[in-house]
Design a protein around this ligand. Structure first.
Ligand code: GZL
Length: 315
C-alpha cells in the first residue's frame, strides 16, 4: 500500500514539473500586420520576419494589408480577438492609429512598430519603433548630390507613399541639407508611392516637362529609382551619365543597376528586422525597459564600390 502511495506521488510530481516546463516553453503567438509587397525592400522585410519566426518556433499570424490602413486596423483587431502575445505593426502611414492601439493596450498586448513610425499623443500605445533614421538617409543623399553635381544643377525628387514617415522624413532630410547648396534647385517633387511602375510614370512626366535640364534624380527607394532608369532610357538618355541617380534601400537590384553603371549611389536601409523584432518583443513581455526608438545604422554606397560589395549583400 505504502509503495502505491509513493508511486502516485512520484507520478503527480513528474506531471507538475512537465506542466511547469510546458508553461515555460509556451509557444509565443505573434501577429504581424505588414503593409503589402510594394517593393523589393518590403518583401525582404517580410521574409526576415517569417523566417525568424520559423527559426525561433514562434506561431506567426501574418496579414498583408495590400497598402491599405483599414486592412491593417482590421488585422490588429483580429490579432486582439485571437489573444496573441504580441503584435508587430509596419504602419503604412503615421496617423489614425490611436483607437486600435488603445484596444491593444486595453487587452494588454504589446505592440512594436517596424520600419516606420506613427504620430500619437500618447506614445505608451506602443512599446518602441525599430526603424532607420530617414532624416539621416535624406541628408546623406543630399550631400552626395551636392558633391556629384559640383554644387550646381537641377534635381527631381520621387517621393514615397504620402503620409509615410519614411517618405516625409527622407524628404525633410534631403531638402534641409540641399538648401545649404543654393545653386542646386529641386525642380519638382512627386510621389511614386514606393513602386517601380509609378516611379517610371512620374519620371516620364518629369522628362517631358524638364528634359535635359534634369541633372539628377533623388528617389526615396530603389524601386522608384529603377522605374526612373527605364523612363530615362526610353527617352533616349543614359541613366547614370546624362542623369545621375541616387536612391534609398540598397537592395540587390540597386547594386546590379550600379554595377551596370545605370545608378550612381544608394543609401542603405536595413529590412532584416525579424530577429531583433522578436528579441525586443520577448523583453517587453518579460517587463524589461525598452528604448522608445531602436535605430538601425545605415551607410551610403557608390557605383565604384558596387562590384566589390554586391556579393556580400544579404537582401
Ligand atoms: C523603410 C520602408 C520603405 C522602404 C521602401 O523603412 O518603410 O517602404 O524604403 C518600402 O522600399 O516600400
Amino acid at each position: 500500500m505504502r509503495k502505491l502511495w509513493i508511486f502516485a506521488l512520484l507520478v503527480s510530481l513528474v506531471a507538475a514539473f512537465a506542466g511547469m516546463a510546458a508553461a515555460a516553453e509556451k509557444t509565443l503567438v505573434v501577429g504581424f500586420s505588414q503593409i503589402g509587397a510594394e517593393s523589393g525592400w518590403r518583401t525582404a522585410e517580410t521574409d526576415s520576419v517569417i523566417s525568424a519566426a520559423k527559426e525561433l518556433g514562434i506561431d506567426l499570424k501574418f496579414s498583408d494589408a495590400q497598402q491599405k490602413q483599414e486592412n491593417q486596423i482590421k488585422a490588429i483587431r483580429s490579432f486582439i480577438a485571437q489573444g496573441v502575445d504580441g503584435i508587430l505593426l509596419a504602419p503604412v502611414v503615421e496617423t489614425g492609429w490611436e483607437p486600435v492601439l488603445t484596444e491593444a493596450q486595453n487587452a494588454k498586448i504589446p505592440v512594436i512598430l517596424l520600419d516606420r513610425g506613427i504620430t500619437v499623443n500618447d506614445d505608451s500605445l506602443y512599446v518602441c519603433k525599430i526603424t532607420s533614421d530617414f532624416v539621416f538617409e535624406g541628408r546623406e543623399a543630399a550631400k552626395w548630390v551636392a558633391k556629384e553635381l559640383g554644387g550646381k544643377g537641377s534635381v527631381v525628387q520621387l517621393q514615397g507613399t504620402p503620409g509615410a514617415s519614411a517618405a516625409t522624413e527622407r524628404q525633410k532630410g534631403f531638402e534641409e541639407e540641399i538648401a545649404k547648396t543654393p545653386d542646386i534647385k529641386i525642380l519638382e517633387s512627386q510621389t511614386g508611392d514606393f513602386t517601380m511602375e509609378l516611379g517610371k510614370q512620374v519620371m516620364e512626366a518629369f522628362l517631358k516637362k524638364y528634359g535635359k535640364d534634369i541633372n539628377a534624380v533623388y528617389a526615396h527607394n530603389d524601386d522608384m529609382g529603377l522605374g526612373a532608369i527605364q523612363a530615362i532610357k526610353e527617352a533616349g538618355l543614359k541613366p547614370g551619365e546624362d542623369i545621375k541617380i541616387i536612391t534609398v534601400d540598397a537592395t540587390k537590384a540597386a547594386f546590379e543597376a550600379m554595377v551596370a553603371g545605370e545608378m550612381n549611389a544608394v543609401v542603405e536601409c536595413n529590412p532584416l528586422l525579424g530577429p531583433l523584432a522578436y528579441e525586443t518583443l520577448k523583453k517587453a513581455i518579460a517587463g524589461e525597459k525598452i528604448d522608445k526608438w531602436i535605430v538601425q545604422k545605415d551607410e551610403l554606397f557608390t557605383k565604384d564600390q558596387a562590384a566589390s560589395v554586391i556579393g556580400s549583400r544579404k537582401y
